[in-house]
Every structure is written in structure tokens, then in C-alpha cells.
Design a protein around this ligand. Structure first.
Ligand code: GAR
Length: 216
């Protein structure tokens, strides 16, 4: 079966990008990264893509007068690359409703909380302030509202008594690196159906469960 062509959009470090690169390097993985795009030339993840021989493109948001023209430039480049799915991986720009609608159900994101709790920035600080017992991450289809949309995979991690935002973030990040490749695999295999604001995942055997608990 032909592998699904995907683009990964980043703004920074790119550790989730690396997890996707590593997964796509497996011969049986159903997706391939054909483009890594960043809104900042100094995004460290660009080097990860270059090291893997993946084409990169920088579209600096500062070069555009407004979000609409920036998002249109991204869509043009993504269509030029012929991608069937766009993966946000630490892409820290709000997207316009027009962009989200154009890529509806072909646009996924990872967020470092168990959505719908703690969308937005400073996720871990807010989770700790609330005294939650579990943190985690969510891979979901993107809707116009930030960090919102049909959930594909969630991974839970414990919050430990002495955690600060950094230690919790590091534990969640390890979970992210498992959850994102799993979600991408399920989407690329065509198993994920969006039904209203939920998804149903068909035929997922045990090892493809959409619930991960990385401390197991
Ligand atoms: C990740 O923790 C990701 O979940 C988060 O940014 C980080 C990027 O790290 N994304 C969001 O907060 C989106 N709302 P990375 O560049 O090493 O993948």
C-alpha cells in the first residue's frame, strides 16, 4: 500500500518531529514525511529533518501582514508538496479558521495535557496548581478552537509529589514520543473515523490501543 505523504510543522526543538522521523524510518510504517515546515528559521528541529534527508521549508510568519496570508502561503506550499496529512508538532502559531477548515480531518496536533483539560500555554504549571494526579498528552484532529478537536490517542502519566513543571513536562514528553507515532499510524492506516466531535478507531488490536499508560 502507498504510504501516506505527510508534512510536519514545527516552531522549535522538534523532539516530536524526531519521534515521527524515527517511526517513518521503519519499513512497515504507513506514512512518510515529505516536508518539514517551520515558521522560524532558528527552529532546531529543521536540523533533525536535514539530518534525515527530508526537505525543509521556512515560512516566516513575520513576513506576512496577517494570519490569513501566512496561512495561505503554508497551504500553497503543503499542496505543492502533495501531502495528505499535516502534523503539528510544537507549532506555536494560532491557525485561522480558513486554514483549519481547508485541512479539516487532515490536520492533527499533539498537546501536552489530557484534553480538554489545560489547553493553551503553561499547561504543566496549571496542572500542578490544580493538584491533578495524572498528566499526559493528547493527539487530536484540529478544530478552530485552540487545542480542541476529536481525540485520536491519549497517554497518561502520574504526577509525582515533588514534581515541578520541568519534571512533569519531561515525563509527558516521553509519552508524547509514543503517542504521536501511534496516532499517525492509526490515521495513515485509515482506521480513524471522525464521527461528530469524536473518533472511532476500527480494528485496533491490543498493541494499537488508543490509551497509553507509559508507566506500565
Ligand atoms: C510538545 O510538548 C508539544 O506537545 C507542545 O510543544 C512541545 C514541542 O516540543 N505543543 C503545544 O503545546 C501545542 N499547544 P518538541 O518541539 O520537542 O516536539
Amino acid at each position: 500500500m502507498a504510504r501516506l505523504k505527510i508534512a510536519v510543522l514545527i516552531s522549535g526543538r522538534g523532539s516530536n518531529l524526531q519521534a515521527l522521523i524515527d517511526s517513518c524510518a521503519q519499513p512497515d510504517f504507513p506514512a512518510e514525511i515529505t516536508l518539514v515546515m517551520a515558521n522560524r528559521a532558528d527552529a532546531a528541529g529543521l536540523q533533525r529533518a536535514a539530518d534525515a534527508g527530508i526537505p525543509t521549508q521556512v515560512i516566516p510568519h513575520k513576513n506576512y501582514p496577517d494570519r490569513e496570508t501566512f496561512d495561505s502561503a503554508m497551504t500553497a506550499a503543503l499542496e505543492q508538496a502533495g501531502v495528505g496529512l499535516v502534523c503539528l508538532a510544537g507549532f506555536m502559531r494560532l491557525l485561522t479558521p480558513g486554514f483549519v477548515e481547508h485541512w479539516r480531518d487532515r490536520l492533527i496536533n499533539i498537546h501536552p495535557s489530557l484534553l480538554p483539560s489545560f489547553p493553551g500555554l503553561h499547561t504543566h504549571e496549571r496542572a500542578l496548581a490544580q493538584g491533578v494526579r495524572f498528566g499526559g498528552c493528547t493527539v487530536h484532529f484540529v478544530r478552530a478552537e485552540m487545542d480542541n478537536g476529536p481525540i485520536i490517542v491519549q497517554a497518561a502519566v502520574p504526577v509525582l509529589p515533588n514534581d515541578d513543571a520541568d519534571t512533569l513536562a519531561a515525563r509527558v514528553l516521553e509519552a508524547e514520543h509514543r503517542a504521536y507515532p501511534l496516532a499517525l499510524r492509526l490515521v495513515a492506516e485509515g482506521r480513524v473515523n471522525v464521527i461528530g466531535e469524536r473518533t472511532e478507531v476500527s480494528g485496533a488490536p491490543g498493541h494499537l490501543s488508543t490509551q497509553l499508560n507509559p508507566s506500565d
